[in-house]
Design a protein around this ligand. Sequence first.
Ligand code: PEP
Ligand code: MN
Length: 354
Amino acid sequence: MLVVMKAQATREEVQAVCDQIEAMGYRAHPLPGAQRTAIGITGNQGEIERGNLEEMSGVAEVIRVSKPYKLVSRDVKEDDTILRFPGTNATIGGKNLAMIAGPCSIESREQAFAIAEHVAHAGAQFFRGGAYKPRTSPYAFQGLGEEALKIMAEIRDRFGLRIVTEAIDHEALELVAEYADVIQIGARNMQNYSLLKAAGRKRKPVLLKRGLAATLDEFLMAAEYIMSEGNYEVVLCERGVRTFADHTRNTLDLSIVPAVQRLSHLPIIVDPSHGTGKRNKVLPLARAAVAVGADGLIIEVHHQPDKALSDGIQSILPEQFTQLMDECSQIAAVLHRAVPRGVQVEAGAAAAAR
Ligand code: PEP
Ligand code: MN
């Protein structure tokens, strides 16, 4: 059920409706839009008792939502969600594309700083780097943990880049939420519902990667888990799915971008690095992702990919990232979108991780 408020409804009227919903034993999710605020109702098992909601001041209408996902749906919020990073010009969603780049894993301070300098120079606004790595082998490099988070916090201070890093479990989530600007939930955890709910209780944006074999509905329901806990800042990420194809690591399903955009107001970005697993395919698929309307890209970059401790074969070189930024900017312009160059940080905002 969804309560649509009138365009001129006051903040007090919205609050009164939320209070009434909570008093009925449900949870209220006010989602302000460009035209009006809609309030999603969750926590019900069956049909919701409408009570006097329809009669309350400021209410335009009360609608039944038939889709299984409610808060991610455009029924609740028509206009695109745009995530903002206070004190900076960085955004995810809307007209500007979000460019996230960095190594698969943080391997050392020197490695991370060398790559951060390149990607900042090329104009990225976000830096990615794994501190906790979900590896197929328990004997493979597992990440530097908190040490890596500290290195990335230094990178934010030095270059202004906003930090995106993965939380592989509840323990990592606590630390990642403390240090990072965006909490990444990896493909393998897309259906780890307890982790999704815990991320939903954090007040930091969450980058949710599509599961290795997840359908569109399963992907959106995973986002719904995060939003159902009150965190409305979710970014979806297509990173390729398993198919019979063996010329690439995964098959990048670019058709999910317009499919998501039809159903959901949430931004969706594309990861052509994990999506292809091959350095020479990252640039072509990055171009295609922008052309199909993705709201941004997440790209693995390494200055010495042969020595990388994870995903070296799919990491592009810094100069290739510069080329990617240039070409993607031109493609974005055809779609009346833009790739902002560099992150501007207001004085005093650099150190604050929101
Ligand atoms: C990553 O971003 O390094 C990663 C492990 O991604 P995914 O969860 O998509 O495999
Ligand atoms: Mn990787």
